[in-house]
Design a protein around this ligand. Structure first.
Ligand code: ZN
Length: 410
């Protein structure tokens, strides 16, 4: 039987679990050790450690202390792993915990986290998604259901001290360019909410003072939020410290490309069954700086799409130079406007784009001055026909059901 090396109790605080951490630092002690070739299971909290509840209020999304996240399971030490190696991780399977067959999606308040479309959705909102085997459906977003492409939003190895110092330098210099920005340019750090697994005493204090937040993806992978990094994938991670120190968390039942809703995809607690092995000296052999991976052989077979185009002219009419962020935002806003014609609120449409297996593509980056991005919306996930027709859209929803919204506190 495959051993479950890290267990989580969803009724307990993640900070009571010494196999959990919420920062990156090379001195976080290995939670467990394995050998190359071993397969094992790690259980994980959802990324907020259970703060977001299965209810009909978005107050938790509004009020969350975002310096507490992400709660990761690990680090797993791999015997024989040395800096310069590639750690090969086979994601053999991923699932929800049987006592927690639901997930959440939402948008943070602009004053606490913000997000990709925060100017259009500035207040906290939430939708709950029930997990029924392969499928999911939400009581807050009717008329849509789909098969999950389950994946870890966050997985990567510990940085060494040199890489950590580089991260801290470049990010603090970036924040200094606009320190008062709301939302901030980089996630705030707070030594008080740093949870560093088995670290204790002076080592813990040093790590808490120096550690990096888990929010951005970086050279080691980390919070990449790649929906296609799903069960069946094989990932090659750069190794920076002896033992590699692999950690995983932020499981998503499903996510659209870009995780545009930021809080976040369909976020869930769960488990990951994986196998690890080593490719000695692989970083130099293959010129690897960031992880590479092979996709899963299993993906939902939605093959009919309505595709929305966006260009790098923003919603206020301003021209941007080949900016794919602006272009993708326009593609998303165009899809939201379209879905509203069927009776969805803007929030519900936004939530669909953040949760369903929506594809985002960078279509053109050379035709000055406009980049072109496309958003591929699968038509088969809807309970009704969303294709354009001469008769115009039929309203399938009457507006009586919407996502909970929590106004900002004054
Ligand atoms: Zn997530």
């Amino acid at each position: 039987m495959t051993d479950t090396l890290i267990k989580v109790d969803l009724t307990q605080s993640p900070t009571a679990n010494e196999n959990i951490h919420n920062r990156w630092h090379p001195d976080i002690p290995m939670a467990v050790w394995v050998k190359p070739g071993d397969d094992f299971i790690l259980e994980t909290f959802d990324w907020t450690g259970g703060f977001i509840k299965n209810n009909d209020s978005a107050d938790d999304v509004r009020d969350i202390d975002l310096t507490t996240v992400h709660y990761l399971s690990g680090p797993v030490g791999v015997k024989g792993a040395e800096p310069g190696d590639l750690l090969i991780v086979d994601l053999l399977d991923i699932g929800a915990k049987p006592d927690s067959l639901w997930g959440f999606n939402g948008f943070f308040s602009k004053k606490n986290g913000g997000g990709f479309l925060t100017d259009h959705f500035p207040q906290a909102q939430k939708s709950i998604w029930d997990i029924e085997g392969l499928y999911t459906r939400s009581r807050h977003v009717p008329g849509v259901s789909f098969a999950g492409l389950i994946h870890p939003g966050l997985i990567g190895c510990l940085p060494d001290q040199k890489m950590l110092d580089m991260w801290n330098k470049r990010e603090s210099e970036f924040v200094a360019t606009d320190p008062k920005r709301v939302p901030p340019l980089c996630a705030d750090n707070n030594p008080v909410t740093a949870h560093l697994g088995k670290a204790t005493g002076a080592a813990k204090a040093k790590a808490a003072a120096e550690c990096a937040r888990t929010v951005p993806p970086r050279e080691h992978g980390g919070n990449c939020d790649i929906k296609d990094l799903s069960r069946g994938s094989k990932i090659y991670f750069p190794v920076y410290v002896d033992g590699a120190g692999l950690s995983v968390g932020d499981l998503h039942f499903s996510q659209g490309d870009g995780e545009i809703t930021f809080c976040g995809a369909i976020e869930m607690a769960g488990w990951v069954h994986m196998r690890v092995s080593l490719l000695k000296g692989g970083m130099a052999k293959y010129g690897i700086k960031n992880p590479i991976f092979k996709p899963s052989p299993i993906t939902p077979t939605y093959n009919d799409y309505l595709i929305f185009e966006g260009i790098s002219v923003d919603e206020y009419g301003k021209q941007h130079y080949l900016d794919v962020h602006v272009a993708y935002r326009q593609a998303c806003l165009n899809a939201i406007e379209y879905l509203k014609k069927f009776g969805y609120s803007g929030a519900q449409a936004h939530s669909i784009l953040g949760t369903a297996p929506v594809q985002g593509h960078i279509s053109g980056v050379v035709d000055i001055p406009n980049a072109c991005a496309t958003l591929w919306l699968p038509t088969q996930i809807f309970d009704f026909d969303i294709n354009p027709c001469a008769a115009g859209p039929t309203k399938f929803l009457d507006g009586s059901i919407d996502m909970p919204l929590s106004p900002d506190l004054v």
